[in-house]
Ligand binder design. Structure first.
Ligand SMILES: C[S@@+](CC[C@H](N)C(=O)[O-])C[C@H]1O[C@@H](n2cnc3c(N)ncnc32)[C@H](O)[C@@H]1O
Length: 264
């Protein structure tokens, strides 16, 4: 790429990011991630997609961290952190998270390959190592526009079609509690009420992939009401949602879902 192309790409990216901040006002996702660490104080944190380690740095001291990325670009050491330079599927095939952590996953952030089927696979793997207190975060659930939410990356700023994973989870696992924080650039969806014993998503994955693969941004715009509910990028709103515990309701929802799963 010559210098002019590069300058043009950078200018386009800066403009797009400025527009995301206008549409999604308030602190960006790094700060929201930090709030979540401060509110939950999780004993451990698993991050899929680490790149330069900026989001990994949002974890608090004393939190055991695991990062997974086939090409991490970390330049410093992080305390109590293990980085696995592998694609997430390979990581989960080779390692047992319960053994690595010596506990269930407390908090996880999925921000690796930006294709919805990969996000769903990462979710399935992480849920298997969850307990009722686990929270999984999905990045990029609020797509910006058509070109940046295509499956193929055509410009620097890109969210891929991750939004389809949030929509599929909402439809196929209605017992999950989901809430998207409207934080720039492309939203952060919090998911809890997980069930390590559920196999529904895994079973339905091939069918979900063929049903959702060709959905486009117009489809998203027409079905926004079916996406997870949203809250502003506001610390109190995030804290209220995370602290609002409904273990009995969650258990009942899980039982209903297992009954539906057994019947299907
Ligand atoms: C958007 S970046 C992550 C940014 C980082 N979470 C942050 O906010 O600072 C996406 C990362 O996912 C990694 N990645 C791509 N395919 C992956 C896979 N199959 N499993 C895990 N990570 C993957 C890429 O190498 C890249 O570093």
């Amino acid at each position: 790429m010559d210098a002019v192309d590069e300058a043009q790409r950078k200018a386009q990216r800066d403009e797009q990011l400025a527009e995301t901040r206008r549409r999604l006002p308030g602190p960006g996702y790094y700060l929201v991630l930090r709030w979540i660490h401060e509110i939950l104080r999780p004993p451990n944190y698993v991050e899929i997609g680490v790149r330069k380690g900026v989001s990994l740095r949002m974890a608090l001291e004393g939190t055991r961290r695991i990062g997974v990325d086939p090409s991490p670009m970390l330049h410093t050491e992080y305390p109590d952190t293990r980085i696995f330079a592998l694609p997430s599927d390979e990581f989960f095939a080779r390692h047992d998270l319960d053994d690595l952590l010596g506990a269930k996953v407390a908090l996880a952030f999925i921000d690796g390959l930006h294709l919805f089927e990969q996000v769903l696979r990462d979710f399935v793997h992480l849920e298997r190592h969850s307990d009722p207190a686990t929270v999984i975060l999905l990045h990029d659930c609020l797509p910006f526009d058509e070109p940046t939410s295509r499956r193929e990356q055509t410009m620097d700023f890109y969210s891929g079609d991750v939004w389809k994973a949030a929509l599929a989870l909402r439809r196929r696992r209605p017992e999950l509690e989901m809430m998207t924080v409207r934080t720039a650039p492309t939203g952060l969806c919090m998911v809890r009420g997980l069930d390590a014993g559920s196999r529904r998503l895994e079973k339905e994955l091939p069918e979900i992939v063929s049903a959702y693969r060709d959905l486009d941004f117009d489809y998203y715009s027409a079905h926004r009401a079916e996406m997870p509910p949203e809250i502003p990028s506001d610390r109190r709103a995030v804290g209220d949602w995370l602290r609002r515990r409904s273990p009995v309701a969650s258990r009942e929802r899980r039982q209903d879902s297992r009954i539906a799963e057994a019947a299907s």
